[in-house]
Design a protein around this ligand. Sequence first.
Ligand SMILES: Cc1cc2nc3c(=O)[nH]c(=O)nc-3n(C[C@H](O)[C@H](O)[C@H](O)COP(=O)(O)OP(=O)(O)OC[C@H]3O[C@@H](n4cnc5c(N)ncnc54)[C@H](O)[C@@H]3O)c2cc1C
Ligand code: FES
Ligand code: FES
Length: 1342
Amino acid sequence: MAAGKLVFAVNGERFEVTEVDPSTTLLEFLRTRSRFTGPKLGCGEGGCGACVVFLSKYDPVSGQVNGSSVSSCLTLLCNINLCSVTTTEGLGNSKDGFHSIHQRFAGFHASQCGFCTPGMCMSLFSALNNADNTNRPEPPRGFSKIKKYEAEKAISGNLCRCTGFRPIADVCKSFAADVDLEDLGFNIFWEKPEDANVERLPPYNQHKVCTFPEFLKCEINSSMNTLKSFKDNGAPECHWYRPASFEELYELLNSSEFIESHVKMVVGNTMSGVYKEINLYDKYISLTGIPELSIIERNNKGFTFGAAVTISKAIEVLKERDGNVLNSDGELVFGKIAEHMDKVATPFVRNMASLGGNLIMAQRYQFPSDIATILLAAGSTVCLQMASERLILSLEEFLEGPPYDDRTILISIHIPYWSSASISSSGTSKYNIIFETYRAAPRPLGNAVSYLNSAFLAHVASDKSSGDIVLLKLHLAFGAYGTEHAIRARKVENFLVGKILTVSVLIEAIKLLKEIIIPKEGTSHPRYRTSLAVAFLFKFFQPLAKDLAQVEKNNFHIPGVILSSKQLVEFSTEYFPVGKPIKKVAAEIQASGEALYVDDIPSSKDCLYGAFIYSTRPFAHIKGITFNSSLVSRKVVAYISINDIPEGGKNVGSGYTFGDEPLFADSLTEYSGQCLGIVVAETQRYANMAAKQAVVHYSTEGLEPPILSVEDAVRRSSFFDIPPSLYPAKVGDLAKGMDEADHKILSAEVKLESEHYFYMETQAAFAIPDEDNCIVVYSSNQYPEGTQFVIARCLGIPQHNVRVITRRVGGGFGGKAFRSSPIATACALTAFKLQRPIKMYLDRNTDMVMVGGRHPMKITYSVGFKSDGKITALYLNILINAGISEDCSPLIPGPVITCLEKYNWGALAFDIKVCKTNLTSKSSMRAPGYLQGSYIAEAIIERVASFLSLDVDVVKKRNMHTYESLKLFYGSISGEAPEYTLPAIVDELFTSASYFNRLEMVLHFNNCNKWRKRGISWVPIVYDVQPNPTPGKVSILNDGSIVVEVGGIEIGQGLWTKVKQMTAFGLEQLWDEGRKDLLDRVRIIQADTLSLVQGGPTAGSSKSEASCEAVRLACSILVSRLKPLKQRLEEQMGSISWDTLITQANLQYVNLSASTFWVADNTSTYLNYGAAISEVEIDVLTGATTILRADLTYDCGQSLSPAVDLGQIEGSFVQGIGFFVDEKLEENSDGLVISDGTWTYKIPSIDTIPKNFNIRVMNSGHHKDRVLSSKASGEPPLLLAASVHSAIRKAIRAARADFSSTDPNDSSVSSFQFDPPAIMPLVKELCGLDTVEKYLEAHGEV
Ligand SMILES: Cc1cc2nc3c(=O)[nH]c(=O)nc-3n(C[C@H](O)[C@H](O)[C@H](O)COP(=O)(O)OP(=O)(O)OC[C@H]3O[C@@H](n4cnc5c(N)ncnc54)[C@H](O)[C@@H]3O)c2cc1C
Ligand code: FES
Ligand code: FES
């Protein structure tokens, strides 16, 4: 094989690349230069798993093929020379047949928007492949060799924003023979758990997929001798080199060409996921060709790993047992290191990431490495190559040195073998080795850097005379807490060595430790991080300390991944096939990667790509924008700004009933994140990089300070109007209610923060200029009609010149209702101006900075109540932070109050202000306002209960509505008395979830455990839904196939599935041949604003039912046209087939297309009810929360599609967990979002969902005013996640009571400000950052 070309296979196809920019990633190549669309771009930083592919390598000497999952967004294309790539299409597809992984994703209802699904499939495939390549016994037919615990962890690095993970876990587990199939959830393969049988599952065949094609093996075999190195000419200014020895490496580095160049050395290139590249390099050097860097040696001195050995390989080797070389102590240390490494990053990152790369990042860039910390404690050394010199240093010396330049190569890492079989010189008996590692991170299984990590190695012996434990040698390593590098706490070590470990010694050690572990300035949660160091030190020494060892035993248990779950789904056949739990439309092609999202649409050859330059200042004059003279800036093809808006056009980027928002800042930027201009380049990556290279010159001269909070807005009277018709109505007489109260709480506060949408598919648009001043825009959009209107106004052309097309959306959650307009409009404007197709696919960071999110709120309330907990009056002052523009914000007060009204407050009054601030515009986000309202109600009830020292359950129950009070608060939408199902739901849930028993058990647990506390709590919800007007069109084609268009957009919520079922139901009377086939004849097609007008926004949970109703009406028109013909034909011919009917109808010119526009009337608004019980366990030492169990009952009416609704309920609840527990949106002092990626913003993952997750989808029966008696499911269940927050509050209360120095009944113990999200630092802070010290002091006194 000649040098200068790159050969590899993708799904068995040969690719030969002779010209490539070496900075090209595998993902970029697959997505832009191959036909495969399976690998998706979700984050570009290794943190989401959407891009996962399976990478196989062939060893011509052994003839073996080894493969593993990798994140293709970080893998450089040049690094895969002679490798084979398998994407999800390569597992199977619609042409060759789907893989059983695809089929099971579809059958277990584990794909909603589908954007994460290809990556999930590949992670699972990789885990199955790993297991099947072990020498474990052959599994029973239909199963893999994978074990249940491995299956559950298979997708631990993959994120999904829709499903709630439970069904995905079921898919993974369905391949494990040690799983009881009956425990798997709701699926299409069996109706009852008793019928569960592997024979019913799509068969798994471990040999089905060929991951390495023979032709590539032959090519490799035949060119073995010439395969020494790969040098590519690449793009003129970029080169890729793979030296085969140090000599070659230094020859390159010393050449004049290199000295002048901007060179990047790489192994796995995963660092680019951590530190984003905003410029290009001249040259790349891959270190993977130097054999010394890949050695693995194991002997009786320990392990030596070449620096290029991947973390996964190191884990595998460290876990291997070899009784001949090591005794159990040595294995213990290596085993613990491997266990800890298993939590570093994700499987698909570890498979590429090298040990050496990690340590260099720690040394050179102060990366908060786990590996540096654990290897430091294990006494490791490193071997360095500095030009011609080789150096062996202790890891500590290595880390402490000044950052090494990039000519210093880390060759290897040695981890010594620790043995306990020696006799100490101090006269004590033989010592033992103890080694432990710890990390406190938001996700237990990894994919999150830690707040602090630590590892401790101790030699301990028992004192001959007293038998007490003496510490002989200690390595105490701490890292990632806001330190330059991992450190040894030498002072503490020196203090402890030689001492008998008593409580007072430990107290002293902790004092010393606190002087050492001081996070550097600017580190978040500094006191928390210091307290973690104390906690881990305590955790390590507690079992050894005199007087403590016996007190707390087995206290630190960590529950497993997912224990079990149950789904009870009640459904009805009244409107069959509506109501049947069918699999989601297009689920298989979503899994196989064939389903097309905007960025999957092939670009035409002259397509260009756009990226936003955004403001980083909240309120400033823009004095100018310049570009750095960087390599990437030379790639800029055009720059589009406000000046490019055509004559007659308007500077508008989005707009809704209440007002417009400009597309560009004019000469004044009004918020951080505002669009200043668009950079256009030949690839999306160049455009993104170049946009980040732009230098914006600001001036704040003569300007007032920006308004960055609702308090500022009040001071400066900066408000948006709320139209009177949208201002909610007060209830009762507040003054009278307050008079009746026995007690009052005045001016209490609740603060609610914003939340990112974090849809897996970021905002995307593709605009193509069309003839006669027209434009076609493909947009990932929940409101194409609105976007069409905005584009037309921006371009100054009639709306009929603008066609906006949306097929499917990779997650919206409200963020693509109004917030997708600016992207589509920018794209359209650029295409219009340049008269070339333009794509814009926002990188994750830009998306999170610019797009806004949920409305933050500040609530101040006064509440009056009786001594028995009955509330008599509530007054609220609600400040809603709307950001810079109205968007839909004036609509928000209504939902806040509606959901707050779930309790009977006696009298209710409020003052609500929608504040205009210099922040990104906040918009509708799943359950907008409703979520906040429902939570505020719970917070008030909690506060009243703790004021009265009453059980919060008593106060809740006392204030729940009777049907009469419900009517008072909700008026006619309350419906008839039997429709108020909430009390029955709550009672049933108490029984089914054994609430009262578990209350006792929680109490018992808390009495027995000091460091783990549990809490259990429940919340009810009431949620009003009003279906929006929606069009529908049903057309029957010549061959009898049916095509349906609706106003609603498929955003993952299963709208197409419901519409398909409804179409089959609507036409059923014309069909004699069995209903299944009729379903197969229906296709729902993309929304097109020129084909179906007045589509309206897909929002408010009701678009599915509205679309269904529109379609049902359209079908009835068709039925009315075809029925007479059918009867006539039947009279002539007897029974006739559908095809004959349609042929005849065509011949007789019957109009076979019917359109409707369904407008809901007043009776269409209805209330939704549900309740949830959640039980949590918190770790008092770290603040980590484990959700042990959640039980939900949700009234879904007569579900239109029960599997879809179940998925919505689960997914919504888990998204709610994100809001209440995990997701902390942070801004800097300029209001610029800094939680702008997967590193800094943690949505729920498989390891943070409830371990036991039980759902009942209740059918409250027939109802004439609802669409086929159904109810919405998309948003209301999100509110139920408040039960998790409430349970955490109880657990914290239990901890505070335990550690309180005052009376545990004191109000300071039970009453505390605890606003969501309940992230680890907050939980620990509320439990007490000094609990360990308090505990030790108490024991020291004994
Ligand atoms: C999503 C994600 C999550 C992560 N989470 C964690 C975590 O929880 N804990 C943790 O500890 N780490 C974490 N990491 C860091 C990860 O371990 C490192 O990115 C990885 O080990 C770097 O290895 P690499 O081969 O990809 O290095 P590269 O990216 O190829 O190189 C990194 C740097 O090291 C230099 N370099 C590489 N090898 C050598 C060598 N032998 N000699 C001299 N210089 C060299 C390169 O020039 C470059 O400057 C995470 C990374 C990602 C992407
Ligand atoms: S896109 Fe590669 S991990 Fe997210
Ligand atoms: S289905 Fe997983 S992100 Fe939508």
